[in-house]
Design a protein. Sequence first.
Length: 130
Amino acid sequence: MIPIRPPQSPIAEIHRLRALRKRKLEDKMFRRILTTAIVFGMAATAPPAMAQTVCGPRDHIVSKLDAQFMEQMIGGGLVTPTSVVEIWTSPDAGTWTMLVTNANGKSCVLTSGTDWRIREIVPETNDFSG
């Protein structure tokens, strides 16, 4: 059953229609502001273009690291049963690259940077003869 409104005066009907139009306009403005906020929020949280991952066959990536940056592998380790992480550095240029390689030979550059330094490790002494 549809509720029937009691008849209103023409002025009251005009005020009701104006309020309805104002509410629709406010809803429309809210949706536009919300959409704009979402779009700009997504753009602000997107990774920078230079952060795109570089992947390829391991021998190709390694030859580029050697030819362009004169980097040599200084260490690495097993990440999962099918992937290895490697650290490549150039002592002369101070550059470094972290590379991950999976079992099928595909390598990806995880990250890279400059100003690589090697910290000298001082062995602990367990001298209890005090």
